[in-house]
Design a protein around this ligand. Structure first.
Ligand SMILES: [Zn+2]
Length: 222
């Protein structure tokens, strides 16, 4: 959907009308005075490499049956969220109001600041590190970037989880085409962390949907 309408916040904050609304309980307040100036791009699939199922939405809403697949035992009890998910067909799902602090980046750092969840919006692309992403996902992500900037003028930068948590996370990974996103948004390349994947030191398969070390998980109270 073209970003020709600036979404107005309702009583619960900003929920985009073009997104399917799936509220997650995994969020909290942003710190006082925090601005929303960064968009963090992630990738996730559950089980890893399986697309189209309900597990991602179940994970983000704390309704995943940990015994439904052998892999889920590895992430049992994980309480995470993102503001948005873009499915393989480009469908946009929203879990957390933009003004709230979602739990997507974990231990992270961006241009002199720690804890990117404080000042960012998290967008998960349904995908797998090393796999490519669908044209519809790029179009939806670019539309989302432009829509969010209309709503939040402070939003000025886009980075991958791999850029804000180098050595720990690899998503969205080398299959994500940053140059394509830059072209589609029309934003200057300087708004983006890098056009290259930043996988230095991160072991394979450490993206979202994979288990974190306890100290890397963001479990602040609501
Ligand atoms: Zn991630």
């Amino acid at each position: 959907m073209p970003p020709d309408v600036v979404a107005a916040p309702d009583a619960d904050g900003t929920w985009l009308p073009q997104a399917r609304r799936v509220p997650s309980p995994n969020h909290g307040p942003r710190p006082p005075g925090a601005t929303i100036d960064l968009l963090v791009v992630h990738s996730i699939s559950l089980p890893p490499g399986v697309y189209g199922g309900a597990a991602i939405e179940q994970l983000f809403t704390n309704t995943l049956d940990w015994d439904a697949h052998p892999y889920f035992a590895q992430i049992r009890g994980l309480a995470v969220s993102s503001h948005f998910l873009i499915r393989r067909d480009g469908e946009l799902v929203q879990f957390v109001a933009c003004e709230r602090r979602a739990w997507h980046a974990g231990r992270s750092h961006w241009r002199g600041r720690d804890n990117c969840n404080d000042f960012s919006i998290g967008v998960e692309l349904e995908g797998l590190e090393g796999d490519t992403f669908e044209p519809a996902q790029y179009l939806a992500l670019a539309d989302l970037c432009r829509t969010l900037r209309l709503r939040f003028a402070t939003l000025q930068a886009v980075a991958g989880h791999e850029h804000v948590a180098p050595g720990r996370k690899r998503d969205p990974g080398p299959g994500f085409d940053w140059a394509r996103l830059i072209t589609l948004t029309g934003w200057p390349a300087s708004a983006f962390a890098s056009t290259a994947a930043a996988q230095l030191g991160a072991p394979p398969g450490t993206g979202d949907g994979y288990p974190d070390k306890p100290e890397d998980i963001d479990r602040r109270p609501r």
